[in-house]
Design a protein around this ligand. Structure first.
Ligand SMILES: [Zn+2]
Length: 372
């Protein structure tokens, strides 16, 4: 017989839930929570999160009189995530190569759900648990940003949304994104190019001068999108670039963003007289966090892993997750792996052993907290 976590994970990845289209996933989870005796309550954040469903919150009552702990995962996937056809190849689960697998983050969702089911079936007294399934995580952590954290009764939480189960992520960087609009002057490229000013040239010179890639051990910067130009015979008057900078050190992030801005303005300075311009906008996407290794939640996670004979590895990550949003709002949260691999690509996969370990780990974590 196929392990329950495998069949449940396969069921979830077959449900389409690209960001903004989480309705079916949320409805399925409501039903499955109900089967566990918990009522899933959807919040009213659809206008803010651009989703057709709200974040789903559930309170699982416990027999042990303690504050609950929060378990969190996101239900949306990146594109292409429609019509996922998962297949088991040896020890791993992957897609058919035309879509992502959606293990980011349905592995987290499935592991939480099956761990809760096992605890219920075993009938062992446990502390209460709060579960939160967020929407629109992949399009700017919007679900977590707009969820009303004041309704939480837990003192801390765990986001299950990273790679290896043995990795306990106690920190993540801040990220700013930026848009730059380069403005030149349109002209016929063959008849009177001297009347034009190429926005592509402005962008090229600015990008060539910008600090990019790994800036130092805790700071990175990247330009990921460039758009502009209409035809080869037109000197282009507009180019837009989009990029991001991340740092575990908020001051360094501010410094690198100031440097990006001054470098761009300096690079296009020789064209200013002719009308060349660059308009730069920065947006703070999320705030860095660092949780001390001595904290109760890190110790709980370490002990739970050790009891499963797994060596925990406490790390800081390079990505943003719902944990950034909760920590910035004053609610401590660490990030835990689920086994997901090569996420955000059509080569995404998950090791079956990791999927099983992740489920055992969540079960152990709840019991460990209950008994502490
Ligand atoms: Zn994720």
């Amino acid at each position: 017989m196929q392990d329950e976590i495998i069949s449940y994970f396969l069921k979830l990845v077959k449900i389409d839930s690209e960001s903004g289209d989480e309705r079916q996933m949320i409805d399925t989870l409501k039903e499955d929570l109900l089967a566990l005796g918990a009522v899933g309550v959807e919040d009213n954040t659809m206008a803010e999160t651009k989703s057709n469903a709200g974040n789903l919150y559930a309170y699982i009552a416990g027999e042990i009189d303690k504050d609950p702990i929060l378990l969190c995962a996101h239900v949306d996937t990146v594109v292409p995530g429609k019509g996922v056809k998962p297949r088991i190849v040896g020890d791993i689960i992957q897609s058919d190569g035309t879509t992502v697998l959606g293990g980011d983050d349905k592995s987290g969702v499935a592991e939480i759900m099956i761990a809760l089911k096992r605890i219920k079936e075993k009938g062992i007294p446990h502390a209460p648990v709060e579960v939160l399934f967020t929407v629109s995580e992949e399009i700017g952590l919007l679900g977590a940003k707009h969820f009303d954290k004041s309704r939480l009764k837990s003192r801390f939480g765990f986001a299950f949304d990273s790679h290896r189960v043995e990795d306990i992520m106690v920190g993540a960087p801040s990220q700013n994104s930026f848009d730059v609009v380069f403005k030149g002057i349109e002209a016929h490229a063959g008849v009177e190019p001297e009347k034009g000013l190429s926005a592509i040239r402005l962008a090229a010179e600015a990008i060539a001068a910008m600090p990019l890639g790994r800036i130092d051990y805790e700071t990175t910067c990247s330009v990921g999108i460039i758009k502009g130009g209409e035809a080869t015979n037109i000197v282009p008057n507009k180019v837009i670039i989009r990029g991001e900078a991340r740092s575990h050190n908020t001051e360094k992030l501010a410094r690198i963003c100031a440097e990006i801005e001054s470098t761009i303005q300096q690079a296009i300075q020789p064209y200013a007289e002719k009308g060349g311009k660059a308009e730069i906008t920065f947006v703070r996407e999320y705030q860095a966090f660092r949780i001390p290794e001595s904290s109760e939640m890190v110790q709980l996670a370490k002990t739970a892993l050790q009891k499963l004979n797994v060596n925990p590895s406490v790390k800081i990550g390079g990505g943003g997750s719902d944990a950034n949003i909760f920590n910035a709002a004053g609610f401590p949260m660490i990030l835990i792996g689920t086994g997901m691999d090569k996420v955000h690509t059509v080569h995404e996969s998950i090791e079956i052993a990791q999927l099983k370990l992740g489920t055992n780990f969540i079960e152990k974590l709840i019991m460990e907290y209950s008994e502490a």
